[in-house]
Design a protein. Structure first.
Length: 392
């Protein structure tokens, strides 16, 4: 074996006797690597939604409760959180699963055209109406109609929508005939409809009808435990689509993702991951591959003498100490980190579990408290490796 390849065996808790090699930019032994596959451990999924945060489990539970019924459902969440995925899950698991799933976007609509798009029109109903159109309500008959960004629906059209929702009857533009439809209606918005009602920007009666049952989607920045699961999900997807073999992410890159504000939520993470998979020159994603993500320098813990007031999350063992001086706190944290590593034989994942913190927080704490990993046996680590594998 060529000594220049830095080849060694690594266990996986149950020992999998696989050889990994360092090469190129990843020869630096100070960079910790985490297996993409192991980030997906304990993932929960409902249709196309994946995660493991308590907030997402609440969404999954709401879908399960509401799926058998036809009552309108309002899905509320910021742009990019996955509101359409909720609507698709309700459709796929509900009584209208065999019917069509139709999405109507309420943004930037012209009043006359919007009415035609929703309810249809007869030939000659208006200029350029050269043929009949059935509209979204009739197109979704027997299935699910999703009204996306319903908060942007023009006020002039909201009364007609209310009648359609209440009676399940629609009247095409230019026609005296009405048509009855049988469908499930899911409305979605990133706006506060209650506040819009108070500001006379949204009809109260339509709001109450759409809000028969509501599902709120928490933004990604408030459910950080889903970030690594979603990352793994997207990496594996884009590996298949792009023919790549990304299998690792550096601990510092994962920490930067955890600290990012994610204004674009899951959609932003998906686009960023696709770019990283596309641009990564080898099998590992490092900080330099994350376009638009800048690592944040963790501040020193801002303590006022009590552990509970510290900015940085600390191991549960410290909560037993009601008051600590900052210098004493740092010493105890460092000792706790070292003790956890010694007890787990240098296994980063189990050490983080012992301390009751996430893996990204664990790596950040190591850096903040000057704990070097070089003294520990890297061969015993479950998922943190000094180099990713090299494919031949």
């Amino acid at each position: 074996m060529d000594a220049d390849q830095n080849c060694f065996s690594i266990g996986s808790g149950e020992e999998r006797n696989t050889q990994y090699r360092g090469h190129g930019r990843h020869r630096n032994p100070d960079i910790e690597w985490i297996s993409i596959a192991e980030l997906a451990i304990a993932t929960e999924a409902v249709e196309a939604m994946v995660g493991r945060s308590p907030q997402l489990r609440t969404v999954f539970a709401a879908i399960e409760r509401l799926r058998p019924y036809r009552s309108p459902i309002l899905v509320v969440g910021e742009t990019g959180t996955g509101k359409e995925l909720v609507a698709r899950a309700l459709h796929a698991r509900g009584p209208y699963a065999k019917g069509p799933f139709v999405v109507f976007n309420c943004c930037n609509l012209v009043d006359t055209l919007a009415e035609s798009q929703l309810f249809g029109h007869v030939k000659g109903a208006f200029t350029d109406a050269s043929q009949e159109s059935q509209g979204c309500f009739r197109a979704a008959n027997g299935g699910t109609l999703m009204l996306d960004e319903v908060g942007d629906l023009p006020l002039t059209l909201q009364g007609k929508l209310l009648r359609a929702v209440e009676t399940l009857e629609i009247q095409p533009v230019g026609s005296a005939q009405t048509y009855r439809v049988d469908l499930r209606l899911v409305a979605a918005t990133n706006r506060d409809l209650g506040a819009m009602v108070k500001a006379s920007q949204f009809r109260a009666d339509l709001y109450y009808r759409l809000n028969t049952a509501a599902i709120s989607f928490t933004p990604l920045r408030e459910r950080s435990s889903d970030i690594e699961v979603l990352l793994a999900h997207f990496v594996m997807r884009y590996n298949r689509e792009l023919g790549k073999r990304i299998e690792w992410i550096s601990a510092r890159a994962l920490a930067a993702l955890q600290q990012h504000a994610w204004p674009g939520n899951v959609r932003e993470l998906a686009h960023l991951t696709e770019n990283a998979v596309l641009m990564a020159p080898d099998e590992g994603i490092d900080l330099e591959d994350l376009t638009g993500i800048q690592p944040e320098v963790a501040p020193e813990p801002e303590c006022a003498g009590t552990v509970d007031m510290c900015v940085e999350p600390e191991p549960s063992i410290l909560r037993q100490n009601p008051r600590l001086e900052p210098s004493t706190l740092k010493s105890i944290v460092k000792d706790a980190l070292l003790d956890a590593l010694h007890k787990t034989g240098g296994n980063r994942r189990r050490a983080a579990q012992v301390l009751g913190v996430s893996r990204s927080t664990f790596y950040r704490m190591l850096a903040n408290h000057g704990v070097s990993l070089s003294a520990f046996d890297l061969a015993s680590s479950t998922h943190a490796h000094p180099w990713p594998p090299m494919t031949h």
